[in-house]
Write a protein that binds this ligand. Structure first.
Ligand SMILES: Cc1ncc(COP(=O)(O)O)c(C=O)c1O
Length: 403
């Protein structure tokens, strides 16, 4: 039998700490490995597979569109692109859309848009304030935006124009604002940062400050968008409206697509200012449209809200049973369990052995980001497996802290 993991080590650039599992098939919330073992997938492609694996709506949109038109260049109008843009605008507070291929590319587009705005309306202001412990992507500019030294240090010097400040701290944003500032860019919840949920007034204070100073508020909803936190977009629960919003991940439920949305006043790109060969192509847009329409028509955010509450309640019970659990937290199906010590890796392994896939954004945090169509029975099964895994992990001596 082919040893795919050995071949990966030989041929693939070694940049990813892999889970020792070769996945070959998925259906709904389940995935199968090459040994035929089945797992409950509470990683969901890192908050991507919002409709689960091989959802009929995705499969149908992909295959139908593949038979019609896969790619043309953006010099021509295509129907799926326009339909998706219209659907997103009609269901958000934003007025215009630019479609691209990934989250980091959407954020690049958002920052370019903010810089254009700065040039045209703010006397050449170009700086974007972002936060420590954020994650905005892997391109050089988004590494500069991402306020985490481990992503930045290997690539210095980084592109100029980003100021990283503390999250959930309005005074830090105020102190960093200068005549150079054109925008503030924030995640509604820091997902990769370990599911960090700011205080309830933070976003209202930030929006008020942006309004007062004439700055653009960019919300990176790449992880929180498309129903993940229990509403179509997380901003709907924050009592603010972004001037620019970025989407990716759940938008295609597995096909690579990203989007920059902007209010009319901020949509200042003019002809030739931005572009993409693949961005907004008929294939990914047909799927994006089918996914977004399904999420809206079938109240998928409502399911995320209910299943998220069930999951969180179950995690709180586990917290009361295991004294090494520090906190259970989350919104919708963006949920985390934090430990008092760095044992997330061990918990992940113990879950894996018992047939549950979870993710570990920090050495002391396990994250649960299952498909948004997850059922009560699947949530309960995951909690039962997790309880066994915690009992096993807790029985082990404390691991040395991960670097
Ligand atoms: C909030 C946020 N922004 C941006 C990105 C980058 O998206 P992509 O990996 O599609 O470039 C991620 C990915 O995890 C993310 O969570």
């Amino acid at each position: 039998m082919t040893n795919w993991q050995e071949l990966e080590q030989k041929y693939y650039m070694q940049v990813i700490k892999r889970v020792p599992l070769t996945l070959v098939r998925g259906k709904g919330v389940c995935v199968w490995d090459d040994q035929g073992r089945v797992y409950l997938d509470f990683v969901g492609g890192l908050a991507v597979n919002c409709l689960g694996h091989s959802h009929p709506v995705v499969v149908q949109a992909l295959s139908e569109q593949a038979g019609h038109l896969i790619q043309t260049c953006n010099q021509f109008y295509t129907i799926p692109q326009v339909r998706l843009a219209q659907l997103l605008v009609e269901n958000s507070c934003l007025d215009r859309v630019f479609l691209c291929n990934s989250g980091t590319e959407a954020n690049e587009g958002a920052v370019k848009l903010a810089r254009r705005y700065g040039k045209l309306k703010l006397g050449g202001a170009y700086e974007v304030i972002t936060t420590f412990n954020s994650f905005h992507g892997r391109t050089l500019a988004m590494v500069a935006a991402t306020g985490q030294a481990k992503f930045q240090e290997p690539y210095t010097p980084l592109p100029a124009g980003f100021v990283n400040v503390a999250y959930d701290d309005i005074e830090a944003i105020k102190a960093a604002t200068s005549e150079r500032t054109c925008a503030v860019m924030l995640e509604p919840i820091q997902g990769e940062g370990g599911v960090i949920i700011p205080g309830e007034h933070y976003f209202k204070e930030v929006a008020a400050w942006c309004q007062e100073k004439g700055l653009l508020l960019i919300l990176d909803e790449i992880q929180t968008g498309m129903g993940r936190t229990g509403s179509l977009f997380a901003y709907q629960q924050l009592g603010v409206e972004p001037d620019i919003m970025t989407l990716a991940k759940g938008l295609g439920s597995g096909v690579p697509i990203g989007a920059v949305l902007a209010k009319e006043k901020a949509a200042v790109f003019s002809l030739g200012d931005h572009g993409s060969t693949y961005g907004g192509n008929p294939l990914t847009c047909a799927v994006g449209y089918a996914v977004a329409k399904y999420i809206i028509d079938y109240d998928v955010p409502g399911n995320a809200r209910q299943m998220g509450q069930r999951l969180l309640a179950g995690l709180e019970v586990l917290q009361s049973k295991f004294d090494f659990v520090a906190e259970a937290r989350g919104r919708g199906l963006l949920v985390a369990l934090e430990f008092k010590r760095d044992m997330a890796d061990k918990v992940l392994q113990d879950c894996l052995e018992r047939g549950l896939l979870v993710n570990q954004p920090k050495p002391n945090v396990v994250r649960f980001i299952p498909p948004l169509i997850v059922t009560e029975a699947e949530v309960d099964e995951a909690l039962a497996i997790l309880e066994e895994a915690l009992a096993a992990a807790g029985a082990e001596p404390a691991a040395s802290p991960e670097k």
